[in-house]
Design a binder for this molecule. Structure first.
Ligand code: HEC
Ligand code: HEC
Ligand code: HEC
Length: 414
């Protein structure tokens, strides 16, 4: 089974030799040393865990921390995980890092907050944590102390209770009845990929609801600068409101490039794709897609938009959206994705749907939408009532199903 836990498709032949300015390569290139191989593996796994997105503040050095996370209890700042001896994790041993990743406990015994996704990282193998450790030792040490958290200090002690109630430590257990590819995908999604951190709903103590795993989550995040917005992360299960209409191949293509004819990334998923998934081998991304497509359907809501509210939004749709998304809602190969069967449109929490209409997509330079003209922001064109109306129209048409949206919900996201 060990095979399933290796980066799929990462045979020695695929690891490029380190760039050097030395004389032309000898006829027989020296094989990378075991230490270099471990480092390269660690770099790959750190990308799979997207450590850099959370541990780099805007304009700051990679891994030096200081990015803020807003939680219902206050602001939490990510730590400096460069090897700096005083402000970073210089004194940490590999065993210290295992304890942080597997148990959520820092060097010295303090409890970490689950804004650091140790609840997922606990599934990562010892060998993989050790490779990440080797890689983190190799990044430039940066002297920088992140701001202090604006949380009651006592909350750290309270985390012992939280862990006892909501956290089970334990490595990934392969399922012998499934293929090696499925297991590799399950390992990546539930472990380093921590996809559940955003895509699984949480209870009021911020713990994930296991019975609704991957059925869609809600959170706040910044996309540009310091603007923090409410977001919803779609249902990733085979539900009607989830990925039912996606094939494994279109899913793999979206994850690897940020775009498939079914959808383009436009919000917090941008960073997941650009900093993490784009760096994975095609085989690993395919494994992730294979696993996701096997998730049993889970719907969070069975509500639908009443017929008169659907009808009330038809005019706005015709005037503002139909030109690209078509009267059928099927979009067009030449300019736009389908709204029919869209997980963003049918999300039980409309936060991301409202954002894309208000602000348009935020498209990183690495992501290309097939040459499509990007959708314009409608915040200055449509009123809250219009945006609610058009949302209700697309949530209740084209065989889509989702609860209605109110103008007040739109107003909250202005
Ligand atoms: C979703 C955001 C997020 C991701 C992804 C993430 N971290 Fe963190 N990490 C945090 C936050 C926030 C903290 C601070 C937690 C606290 O103060 O209790 C933290 C703390 C840590 C700590 C504790 C440091 C200390 O001095 O106590 C370590 C070690 C760490 N992260 C390593 C990693 C590694 C390695 C990865 C990638 C495999 C990673 N993190 C990915 C958000 C993240
Ligand atoms: C930081 C939160 C976050 C994390 C972590 C995250 N996602 Fe997402 N995801 C989102 C949001 C928000 C969207 C909505 C679209 C967007 O942001 O571009 C989304 C959209 C998606 C979509 C597209 C659905 C559609 O219909 O357009 C897929 C597929 C997806 N995520 C898969 C994953 C996988 C696989 C992982 C783990 C490797 C993951 N996500 C991790 C927040 C997240
Ligand atoms: C100029 C063409 C154009 C117009 C007009 C337009 N869109 Fe879009 N729309 C796009 C493109 C391109 C995307 C690609 C980004 C993406 O896939 O997320 C998109 C994405 C979307 C998405 C995200 C779909 C998903 O599953 O990720 C929604 C929802 C949406 N548009 C709704 C609307 C609504 C509602 C209107 C009218 C108020 C509208 N659009 C007008 C081109 C357009």
């Amino acid at each position: 089974m060990a095979l399933a836990l290796l980066p799929a498709g990462s045979q020695a032949a695929e690891t490029s030799p380190p760039a050097t300015a030395s004389p032309p390569a000898p006829a027989i290139a020296a094989a990378p040393s075991p230490a270099d191989q471990e480092l390269e593996r660690g770099r790959y796994l750190a990308a799979a865990g997207n450590c850099v997105s959370c541990h780099t503040r805007p304009g700051g050095a990679p891994f030096a921390g200081g990015l803020s996370f807003s939680t219902p209890f206050g602001l939490i700042y990510s730590s400096n995980i460069t090897p700096d001896p005083t402000t970073g994790i210089g004194p940490w041993t590999a065993v210290d890092l295992r304890r942080a990743m597997h148990e959520g406990i820092g060097r010295g015994g303090y409890r970490l907050f689950p804004a650091f996704p140790y609840t997922s990282f606990t599934k990562v193998t010892d060998e993989d944590v050790d490779a990440i450790y080797a890689y983190l030792r190799s990044v430039p040490a940066v002297r920088y102390t992140p701001p202090s958290n604006s949380l009651p200090f006592r909350l750290r002690f309270g985390m012992a209770v939280w862990d006892a109630l909501f956290f089970r430590s334990g490595r990934f257990q392969p399922d012998g009845k499934q293929s090696a590819e499925w297991n590799r995908g399950a390992y990546l999604v539930n472990g380093l990929g921590h996809c559940d951190a955003c895509h699984t709903p949480r209870n009021r103590f911020m713990a994930e609801n296991a019975s609704e795993a991957y059925a869609g989550g809600s959170f706040s995040d910044r996309v540009t600068g310091d603007t923090i917005r409410a977001w919803s992360a779609v249902n990733l299960t085979a539900a009607h409101s989830g990925l039912a209409d996606w094939s494994v191949d279109s899913l793999a293509r979206y994850l690897k490039s940020g775009f498939s004819p079914r959808a383009g990334s436009f919000g917090p998923m941008n960073e997941v794709i650009v900093n993490s998934l784009m760096n994975l081998t095609t085989a690993d991304v395919h494994a992730i897609a294979t696993y996701l497509k096997s998730l049993p359907a889970r719907e969070r809501s069975s509500a639908s938009v009443p017929a008169q509210l659907v009808a009330a939004g038809a005019g706005v749709y015709k005037d503002s959206c139909e030109e690209c998304h078509q009267s059928s809602g099927r979009g067009s190969f030449f300019n736009s994705p389908p709204l029919e069967g869209s997980a963003v449109v049918q999300d039980s929490d409309p936060a991301s749907l409202i954002n894309i209409i208000l602000y348009g997509p935020s498209q990183p330079k690495q992501v290309s939408y097939n040459g499509w003209e990007t959708m314009k922001p409608y915040k200055d064109v449509l009123s809250d009532a219009d945006i609610a109306a058009v949302s209700n129209y697309i949530r209740g048409s084209f065989d889509n199903r989702a609860p209605p949206v109110t103008a007040a919900e739109v107003a909250r996201q202005r």
